[in-house]
Design a protein around this ligand. Structure first.
Ligand SMILES: Nc1ncnc2c1ncn2[C@@H]1O[C@H](COP(=O)(O)OP(=O)(O)OP(=O)(O)O)[C@@H](O)[C@H]1O
Ligand SMILES: [Mg+2]
Length: 252
């Protein structure tokens, strides 16, 4: 059972009088085995909320609980793993893909680790031979798959995916989103899937939270949010989706 719970979480940057409240009293639950989509325009606080869950943004209020207990932020084998927009940021250019993956695998014998590297590459639908390659030899989409494999190698309870398809070509975006859906079915990992793009989020998420100026302004089953949005802000986000991928409008 892996449920991630944000309970009245606030993050304030700067001094009390001057500064930004990036996250303002957010309560949100990522239920066991589900993908919750988090959408909102640039600067609405999505990344800050995700980063708070892995200790990369300072809480100024509230609590973050994993299975009803405070999230451990230190030590190896952290139960919450984050995947970022730019996979290069987590891959050492001088290390092979295999070596990068081996790093994340919790303590096992060497031969077991090599097997585990092959299993992880297979899981993200990459050729296990790529273990010998360097990051510069991979395409952006392949690097992002390695980023995902690294996160999964730690056997996390929850994955936070922050704009993981935003830097990819549209065609490659689709294949990575398909992979996310497959992984969800196979592993039932709980996931907070962050994107500024509602069209991307609706493809993978079972429920959607809409963030605006540090607050969650609307939350519900993905279908409801997409077909019957209550908030004007959500309606604006929906209106911005191109016809070709719109859930209710038909492309002519
Ligand atoms: N380390 C920081 N120090 C100061 N202010 C910050 C810091 N990180 C984020 N902010 C501010 O917090 C607010 C929310 O930023 P955040 O990156 O969480 O938004 P976002 O929704 O992820 O946007 P985007 O879609 O562009 O990624 C912004 O006003 C941003 O300038
Ligand atoms: Mg962000």
């Amino acid at each position: 059972m892996s449920t991630l719970q944000f309970d009245d979480v606030s993050v304030h940057y700067g001094t009390q009088r001057r500064g930004t409240t990036a996250v303002d009293g957010v309560s949100l639950t990522v239920p066991d085995g589900e993908i919750v989509g988090l959408v909102g325009e640039s600067g609405s606080g999505k990344s800050t909320l995700g980063r708070a869950a892995v200790g990369l943004a300072p809480l100024s209020g509230g609590r973050i609980l994993l299975n009803d207990k405070p999230v451990p932020l230190r030590g190896r084998n952290r139960p919450i793993q984050m995947v970022f927009q730019d996979p290069s940021s987590c891959l050492d250019p001088r290390m092979t893909i295999g070596a990068s993956l081996r790093e994340t695998i919790p303590g096992r014998a060497k031969t077991d680790r090599s097997k585990e590297v092959a299993r992880l590459l297979d899981l993200v639908e990459l050729d296990p031979e790529l273990a010998a390659a360097y990051p510069s030899q991979l395409s952006g989409g392949q690097r992002q798959r390695v980023g995902l494999a690294r996160a999964l190698g730690a056997q996390p309870d929850v994955v936070i995916a922050d704009e993981i398809t935003s830097a990819l070509d549209v065609s490659v975006q689709g294949t990575v989103l398909n992979l996310i859906r497959d992984l969800q079915r196979e592993l039932s990992t709980s996931m907070l899937f962050i994107s500024h793009n509602l069209a991307v989020v609706r493809y993978v998420a079972s429920s959607i939270a809409v963030m605006h100026q540090g607050r969650i302004v609307e939350y519900g089953p993905a279908e409801e949010i997409l077909t019957n949005p209550q908030q004007p802000y959500t309606q604006e986000l929906l209106a911005a989706i191109p016809d070709s991928v719109h859930p209710t409008r038909r492309a002519s």
